[in-house]
Design a binder for this molecule. Structure first.
Ligand SMILES: Nc1ncnc2c1ncn2[C@@H]1O[C@H](COP(=O)(O)OP(=O)(O)OP(=O)(O)O)[C@@H](O)[C@H]1O
Ligand SMILES: Nc1ncnc2c1ncn2[C@@H]1O[C@H](COP(=O)(O)OP(=O)(O)OP(=O)(O)O)[C@@H](O)[C@H]1O
Length: 541
């Protein structure tokens, strides 16, 4: 279905190659997962499948890419649209209409399908992806996860033979991600759909993949083969695989189920005492002084209620993970804390002042928000200029922002336009800009989209340092592994209300939706992270 023969690519004559010597042969009915570090070229490879690379990006492609027998060199994306559906990293960037239903029908219209068929497929897709409640909504009003579902739905309705998906679950809540991946797997099994998918949260997909492509990241050759074989020494690996490697299990488990089986003898011998000696995340250094206080907060967008009476206090040194289904109201709460939305009722205070109506200068001294779309924060022409501006705007010593960026995403040239950074690199830049101001209240909306495990670890280190210095951190995230690593407390929001609020190990371990992989393997023992699990195993030995 999809064949790459000795494919190489560079974005410009003088630039280093992003892809070199990539050989792939993805069969009909195969689910192929593309993995690699941040900036290793995953998106570039996916864009080469439907011809966006090089027809839209420019650059120099060598070798040959064929899809259903058509050479992409002679067939630009529009000539491939009947075979390949493509969903990019930023779902909103691909929207062509204004309303959910229209967007779902658009692809079919351009293929000239009969109205009755279109109608039926739109209904099926609304059900399949849980979008019936927002079917009449303007696309601009959707939450991040709702938008991602629409983007996936709009290519599914056209019934393509191959689907190319760039981080299709990055904005989805854990249960929603499982549902979407289960749908894809069913289409692969039952209808022989071919899927090529890039993903950083391997814990969500690796067990569903038939084959895996690992991009080296330095332009070196890519590894390609059956999932289990390739994951043995891949530079990125989900928690179960890292545990399997540390414990020396063979065959290497790819799913929680396999790992639980392998861990059974150990689990029987592990006691609560063993797990208490583990290297737990440092407890938050909080003196209890509140940084932010929210009382009875209600937010509404026209007829849509987003928050319905939220109470929350965040103290110095706390790291709080906000979790909950897509559309639950997490972003609305973060926006309220920086005064971007006006409360309908209730009170919000950050260091004694109500954020709504506060001047920008007064606001940045209290709170900084990294939004879901990091590009919203970036306006300069180069990375260097962006960093200089951040130092100046936040009155930070020169070089502060650049040093933070270098720590989060090492080795990126300062001359690059922020637009040309990979998704993960751009997020790191937005994080660096906000952290340059060292605001007492740090707010992060889904801060791991596009980040590989190493980058996530560096982010976790930085957040722990900030927390140790007394900053309060609130992060809205669907990444349960991140919450397990960094948060001391988890607040779950459902339908605009707080439904649970407590220490991370209590809230996550007992939740079927939010339990990290280690909890699923070792429950009821309070092990959340690979570091904790391996430390407990060492204790046993
Ligand atoms: N339009 C472009 N012009 C110039 N360089 C680019 C462009 N798009 C991407 N790059 C560079 O190519 C490299 C690979 O980017 P790509 O987006 O393919 O990586 P990725 O593996 O998908 O990253 P992420 O995991 O962060 O999404 C990066 O170093 C990036 O800076
Ligand atoms: N400008 C708007 N107009 C109308 N409704 C909106 C607007 N912005 C958000 N909403 C709705 O408010 C609700 C809460 O949205 P919010 O973005 O806070 O959710 P979220 O928990 O952050 O979701 P996600 O996990 O998908 O990012 C959703 O139903 C969303 O569709």
């Amino acid at each position: 279905m999809i064949r790459f023969e000795r494919v190489g690519f560079r974005y410009a004559e003088e630039a280093a190659p992003v892809l070199s010597d990539v050989d792939l042969e993805v069969d009909e009915g195969e689910l192929c997962l593309v993995v690699g570090r941040t900036g290793s070229g995953k998106s570039t490879l996916l864009r080469a499948v439907n011809g966006l690379v090089p027809h839209f990006t420019g650059g120099i492609l060598s070798g040959r890419v064929t899809v259903a027998g058509r050479d992409t060199r002679d067939h630009p994306p529009r000539d491939l649209a009947d075979v390949v559906g493509y969903v990019g990293q930023d779902p909103r960037a691909g929207f062509v209409t204004d309303v959910v239903e229209e967007e779902l029908a658009y692809g079919m219209e351009s293929l000239g399908l009969a109205p009755a068929v279109m109608r039926r497929r739109v209904e099926e897709t609304l059900d399949l992806l849980g979008l019936e409640t927002v079917r009449d909504r303007p696309l601009a009003t959707l939450s991040g996860g709702q938008a991602q579902r629409v983007a996936i739905g709009s290519v599914l309705t056209a019934h393509p033979r191959a689907l190319v998906l760039d981080e299709p679950t990055s904005a989805l809540d854990p249960v929603g991600a499982e549902d979407v991946l289960a749908i894809l797997q069913r289409l692969v099994h039952d209808l022989a759909l071919t899927v090529v998918l890039a993903e950083h949260r391997l814990e969500r997909v690796v067990h569903l993949a038939d084959t895996v492509v690992v991009l080296a990241g330095d332009g070196g050759p890519a590894a390609y083969g059956p999932a289990a074989a390739v994951m043995g020494d891949a530079p990125v690996a989900p928690p179960v695989v890292r545990l399997g490697r540390a414990a020396g299990w063979s065959p290497l488990p790819l799913s929680v189920r396999d790992a639980r089986r392998a861990a059974a003898p150990l689990r029987a011998r592990l006691t609560r005492e063993d797990t208490l000696k583990n290297d737990a995340a440092p407890a938050a250094r909080t003196d209890g002084a509140p940084v932010a206080t929210v009382r009875g907060l209600r937010v509404r967008y026209g007829p849509v209620p987003a928050l319905r009476g939220v109470d929350l206090t965040v103290a110095r040194g706390e790291v709080v993970a906000l979790m909950g289904r897509n559309g639950a109201g997490k972003s609305s709460l973060l926006s309220s804390l920086v005064g971007l939305v006006r409360p309908e009722a209730g009170r919000v205070e950050v260091l004694g002042a109500a954020p709504y109506g506060l001047r920008a200068r007064a606001m940045v001294r209290r709170a900084g928000l990294v939004p879901q779309e990091p590009a919203d924060l970036l306006y300069a022409e180069t990375v260097t200029a962006e960093c200089r501006a951040a130092d100046r705007d936040m009155s930070a010593p020169e070089g502060t922002c650049r040093a933070l960026f270098e720590r989060l995403a090492p080795g990126v040239s300062g001359d690059v336009h922020p637009r040309d950074l990979s998704e993960g690199q751009r997020l790191c830049l937005a994080l660096a800009v906000i952290l340059t101001g060292r605001p007492p209240l740090v707010l992060l909306d889904e801060p791991t989209r596009g980040l590989d495990y190493a980058a996530k670890t560096r982010l976790v280190e930085i957040l722990r340092e900030l927390s140790a210095e007394g900053h309060a951190i609130v992060l809205a995230t669907h990444d349960v592994e991140l919450a397990a690593e960094v948060a001391g407390r988890v607040v779950v929001i459902a339908e605009g209300e707080v439904v649970s609020d407590g220490p991370t190990e209590e809230v996550l371990v007992s939740s079927p939706a939010f339990a990290p992989q280690m909890s699923k393997i070792f429950a009821p023992l309070p092990l959340l992270t690979v570091a904790q699990a391996t430390a407990a195993l060492v204790e046993l030995a």
